[in-house]
Design a protein around this ligand. Structure first.
Ligand code: BTN
Length: 259
């Protein structure tokens, strides 16, 4: 493994923001910024990512964009796969990835990825992959809205792994998966992602800003979109929240109970 430069911060608003704001001369391939806590952790689709002190791994890795912007999704896949593998290695717990950027254990989210970039997206520019892994929160510590679908490694794997071990495993996996992207192993990355996800053939819902789509998950296309079969048609979706059947079934059951 190449020696990584790691900046460790006690507290920061967001490690992604911190990396993106570094002056160019302090940026280098594979630079990692890790924080003990984030006070304004950023999640996908403009959401907040709760990052309480000491309870998780909150970090960002700086990567050089090698391919045109439409291939950036491979970096989200690379970070998600690296996280899933590192978690499995250290906890022996089985993981799955969930399109487009989540890592699940026992069908609940334990980690999320946020890929960000400033300015134009072209080969040669910097991208930051932010990774948040819930390590030792108790279920009650998650916000009510989030609790149903989120968990920590301590809850899902019965025991919280040593954060340092998980961090080292993650660094090695990030190197491995970034290299696949760098050398253009697009098909390999995509099939790893497909193989590491257990939703194929399942009924799923995709919530987008102004529509809810329901169908059967059938694959990933060459632009990173999720393929969903609805009746005779197969559509590709490129943004939105993927909702697993047991998540909405649980909600509907609860609603019935409360009637
Ligand atoms: C998501 O699932 O919505 C993505 C969550 C990404 C959270 C990580 S924590 C480290 C990095 N810094 C941030 O502000 N966000 C990412």
């Amino acid at each position: 493994m190449t020696e990584k430069k790691v900046i460790f911060l006690e507290s920061v608003d967001s490690t992604n923001r911190y990396v993106l704001d570094l002056p160019d001369e302090q940026k280098s391939q594979g630079l990692v910024v890790r924080a003990e806590e984030q006070t304004a952790g950023r999640g996908r689709l403009g959401r907040r990512w709760a990052s309480p002190r000491g309870k998780g791994l909150w970090l960002s890795v700086l990567w050089r964009q090698v391919w045109p912007a439409e291939k950036n999704y491979l970096l989200t896949f690379a970070a998600a796969l690296a996280t899933a593998r590192a978690v499995e290695e250290v906890t022996l717990c089985q993981t799955e990835v969930k399109w487009p950027n989540d890592v699940l254990v026992g069908r609940k989210k334990v980690a999320g990825i946020l890929l960000e970039q400033r300015g134009s997206s072209e080969p040669g520019r910097w991208l930051v992959a932010g990774i948040g892994i819930n390590v030792s929160q108790q279920q009650a510590e998650f916000s009510e809205a989030y609790r149903q679908h989120a968990t920590s490694l301590r809850e899902a794997c019965r025991d919280a792994p040593e954060k340092e071990k998980l961090f080292q495993a993650l660094l090695a996996q990030l190197d491995f998966f970034y290299d696949l992207y760098r050398v253009g192993k697009e098909e390999t990355l995509r099939s790893f992602f497909v193989e590491s996800s257990n939703i194929w053939g399942e009924r799923v819902r995709i919530r987008q800003a102004n529509r809810l789509l329901e169908g059967s998950a059938s694959g990933i296309d060459e632009r990173g979109g999720l393929l969903v079969r609805t009746g005779e048609k197969e559509v590709a979706v490129y943004a939105g929240d993927l909702i697993l059947q047991e998540w909405w079934a649980e909600k509907e059951e609860k609603a019935l109970e409360n009637q």
